[in-house]
Every structure is written in C-alpha cells, then in structure tokens.
Design a protein around this ligand. Structure first.
Ligand SMILES: Nc1nc2c(ncn2[C@@H]2O[C@H](COP(=O)(O)OP(=O)(O)OP(=O)(O)O)[C@@H](O)[C@H]2O)c(=O)[nH]1
Ligand SMILES: [Mg+2]
Length: 326
C-alpha cells in the first residue's frame, strides 16, 4: 500500500460525510447544521490509518435542486479524472445514508442512480454502504429500514460485492470501516474509463447522460412557463392592471433565474473534462519545468492541477505530498 491512496466519502446532503471524516481526523472539515448543503467542493484530508497514510475525500452531496446535481457531478468527476490521470490509487468509496430519515427521498434516488453509473458494477466490491445516525432512531425501526434498503435500492450493489455497516458515530468504528477499505485492491471507476475514451464530454458518460436528459426536460418545461407568463403580461399591459403586472413580472424574474441556473448546469455537462484535466496537468508540468522546480509527489501536481476545485485544501494536500507548508 502506497502513501498516496484515496478513499472517497459520498452521500446526499446531510448524510454525515463531514462528520465521518472528522471522526477519522478531528476538526478537519466543517459539518453542516441546516438543511442546506455545507460541503461545496471536494476536500482532501490526510490521515494515518494503521501503518498507512491515506487521504479521505469529503465530497459535496446532491441537494434538492436537480440542476445542482450536474454541478456536483462535474466537481466530483474533475477530481476523479485528475486522480486517475496522475495514477494516484483509489481504494474505494464509502457511501453514507442517514437511517433516521423517514423516506428514501427523490434526491436520494437520483444520487444513488448517478452513484451506480459513476462506479460501474465492477467497482461495487469497493463500496461500503454505511448507515449513519443510529442514535436518532428507534433501533427496531432502523433495522427495518436497513432491511428495506438491502432488499430494495441497495440490492444490486450488495449482490455485486458491496458490504454494509451500521455506523455508531464513534472514531473507532470509522477507523474499522476505513481499514477494511484500505485492504481492497485499487479500483478504476466506470466514469474514469468512459472519460478517457476519445476525450468525451461529461454528458456522454452514463452518469452525465441521465442528468443531461433530466435537465433538457426541465429546460423545456421552464421555456413553456416563461412563454405563458409573457403572454399573460402582454394581456395585463393592455388592461393596465399594475398589481397583476408586478406579480407576473416577479414570477418571470424567478423563472428566468431558475432557467439561467439550469443552462449553466447544462453547460457543465458539455465540458470535456478529460481533455481539460490533461491540459491543466500539462500546464502545471510546464510551469514546473520553466521555474526549474522539483516536485516531491504527484499529489503536489494534483493540488495544482485541480486549482479552483480544491484550492482551499492545498494546505491539506501539500503535507500529504511530503511538502511542508508555512
Ligand atoms: N450524532 C451524530 N451526528 C451526526 C452523525 N453524522 C452526522 N451528524 C450530524 O449531522 C449533521 C450533518 O452532518 P454532515 O457531516 O455535515 O453532513 P454532510 O453529509 O457532510 O452534508 P453536506 O456537506 O451538506 O453534503 C451535522 O450536524 C453532524 O454533526 C452521526 O453519525 N452521529
Ligand atoms: Mg459535508
């Protein structure tokens, strides 16, 4: 096992990803205290697990806005592409699920579908399905929900080798889960394989295609709503009803704002992430040569190439790469 292995921690907003990482290494990331998503970018946290040095990756979760799914997928994919192109080993993914939540929500379903397509079936054996927040639920209710997950949404993952854990919230159990993951062979995920073929766009991958189709449908619906509102505004202009006109104008502004966000999210899915990442790595490499700098590790290039995606975590990565930061 090298000193450059990564473990990804994934799950929807509020599943307990940042909490889990803080149990592995106290106070390393910010936990959320509201329903709004807290972690907006991938964050790398270096830690010792047994004799190995590992980096656990805190990832952003899917929110309730469907257009944010595309943005989150793009951020996670940029991270995974850089990791893959620099041959940094990935041990697997810890997928967290809040057992105290009463239903398997729409965003949870979308997340799991995208998750499956990010991984691909061959990688399911490198997935730990971890239920959290057991202290917030009656044990028998929690066990019933877990069984429903195992025979329902998680069944295909488990049949292909994913394993389950009931996480009790302690540092010890977080360590146990991470140690088991470190014992796995390295894995290459489906989306990493897909993106290396012909420099394809994110929308051409299995995970991206599904989200692109959903976004196209929403954009079409949004266009119709805006058309209707414009038609109503034209009528109101003739009837000189200022109250109704203001009302329609406000609704138009809100719909246009949503449309703009969806268009930006759609653009994220058109990005050729493989090609962009290769260019970023090349640029870092050229800079390095120009300045005659010596790099101690691929992780240093990793941090520099990812730049804006994980800019705030450079301080965490450089020590992992064996470089002291001030
Ligand atoms: N007691 C207990 N609290 C937890 C546990 N997991 C998470 N929490 C709390 O639940 C809240 C949400 O957890 P986070 O770890 O921030 O959730 P997240 O998955 O990182 O959410 P995003 O960053 O928004 O995607 C925080 O207040 C945590 O302290 C757990 O296993 N036990
Ligand atoms: Mg978080």
């Amino acid at each position: 096992m090298g000193s450059e292995s990564l473990i990804l921690v994934m799950g929807v907003t509020g599943a307990g990803k940042s909490y889990f990482i803080n149990q592995l290494k106290p106070n390393s990331v910010t936990e959320g205290h509201s329903l709004v998503s807290q972690t907006k970018t991938c964050k790398l946290v270096q830690m010792k697990i047994g004799a190995c040095t590992v980096a656990a990756v805190d990832t952003p979760g899917f929110d309730d806005d469907e257009d944010s799914d595309a943005v989150v997928l793009s951020k996670i994919t940029r991270f995974l592409t850089t990791q893959y192109l620099l041959s940094i080993s990935l041990k697997g993914i810890i997928l967290l699920h809040d057992i105290s939540s009463t239903r398997f929500s729409g965003s949870e379903k979308r997340y799991l579908n995208t998750f499956r397509q990010i991984c691909g079936e061959h990688a399911f054996a490198n997935v730990a399905l971890v239920t959290t927040m057991w202290a917030s639920v009656d044990k028998s209710i929690g066990l019933r929900r877990e069984e429903e997950l195992q025979i329902g949404p998680w069944a295909d993952l488990i049949s292909k080798g994913s394993y389950t854990f009931q996480y009790n919230g302690t540092p010890d159990m977080a360590q146990t889960i991470a140690v088991q993951m470190m014992a796995k062979d390295d894995v290459v995920l489906q989306i990493q394989e897909e993106l290396k073929i012909g420099h394809c766009k994110l929308e051409s991958t299995s995970a991206g295609a599904k989200l692109a189709a959903q976004l196209e449908k929403q954009l079409e619906e949004r266009r119709k709503i805006i058309q209707d509102l414009n038609a109503r505004l034209a009528v109101e202009k003739r009837s000189r009803n200022p109250g109704e006109k203001r009302n329609i104008n406000q609704r138009l502004a809100a719909q246009r704002e949503k449309q703009l966000r969806q268009i930006r999210a759609r653009d994220e899915l058109r990005a050729k992430i493989g090609e962009e990442t290769e260019k970023a790595i090349e640029e870092v490499d050229n800079n390095k040569k120009r300045k005659r700098e010596k790099w101690k590790s691929r992780l240093q290039i990793f941090a520099a190439a990812l730049g804006p995606v994980i800019a705030l975590t450079v301080n965490l990565i450089l020590p992992l790469a064996g470089v002291k930061v001030g």
